[in-house]
Design a protein around this ligand. Sequence first.
Ligand code: UD1
Ligand code: UDP
Length: 356
Amino acid sequence: MISIILGTRPEIIKMSPIIRECENQNLDYFILHTGQHYSYEMDRIFFEELELPEAKYNLDVGSGTHADQTGRIMIGVEEVLIKENPDVVLVEGDTNTVLAGALSAAKLHIKVGHVEAGLRSFDRRMPEEINRVLTDHISDYLFAPTDEAKKNLLREGINEDKIFVTGNTIVDAVYQNLEIAKRKVNALKALDLNPKEYFLVTAHRQENVDVKARLKGILRGLELIHEKLSLPVVFPIHPRTSKRIREFGLETNGINLIDPLGFLEFLQLEANAKLVLTDSGGVQEETCILKVPCVTLRDNTERPETLEVGSNMIVGVNPESILEGVKTMLDKKTNWENPFGDGKAGEKIVEILKIY
Ligand code: UD1
Ligand code: UDP
């Protein structure tokens, strides 16, 4: 029996190909939702749009400090795992849900599979980096998306027998949903946008938006792009970021702030954007897959493959650097190769779990 643990927007999206595969093969599995994300547009909407089965358990942990949230997830997960006694627990990515789920399982001697193992930003200021490193070291199956990720794991002394390079399930999710999006939604019309005539933005990283000067730099950079390049700047805003903008009393001139979107709508906006600016991990990957140029509002990335193929550029949060980065990326060709796999990562992961 497989226990799929998830709790936030990107985990629901990136686990969806694995859940579909478990459904198709009629496998014995259940979903354990920690409730780390709980607002309709950060959680429920993805179950509806991706037509995912209901979670068997929802721990409803909600928000909190790192220790509080991680601790409450561990207590809830432990209780469910003792009751269900699955053969393997799957976690995806680098959130507090991932570390707490993996740690609870490992202490119960239940095998842990880490989907998207081996990513490293080498920046311990990021809570995600700590979650990734610790989760990798207590996992039994490490599903690395790329050879680069596998190399990081080998460098840290992780046994090669445990590592499987599968591609990233985000490729599966993009391929599976792009056509569905075309049939079901018209996000550009709803926002009165023309293809390739707008910029799309997301930002939510703790080390960016919880620091007033950095968030201010990002917002000023977006205003500058709107002024100099005369195109709409559309920003579906993460709840953490809108809260901080209010608290810090920052201006958002020239930016079209909207509520977070469903995956189908967001995917469509991404595919048709002139360029995307982001500090999201998943969005750096999706733009690379969709052949849309990306500018990353950070000082580093755990997705170096995007820099190597030329789909992405790191610009930090200085307004002038953001504008320069956008201009540089707009001059480049978009004929790079997708380094994240063939869209069959979900299938591969399930097959590996069946064999081992
Ligand atoms: C979390 C992950 C991050 C991931 C992101 C995906 C950690 C440490 N962080 O960040 O790695 O990239 O999810 O989006 O696990 N909030 C709501 N509604 C919600 C969820 C959150 O309003 O459904 C607000 C609350 O004010 C909360 C804040 O957002 O305090 C932050 O939520 P939290 O889950 O702590 O972290 P994220 O920033 O969402
Ligand atoms: N996303 C979405 N709606 C939005 C913004 C993002 O569906 O309004 C999707 C996006 O396509 C990607 C995922 O959410 O698949 C990325 O999540 P997020 O940026 O919150 O987290 P990260 O990838 O940084 O962990």
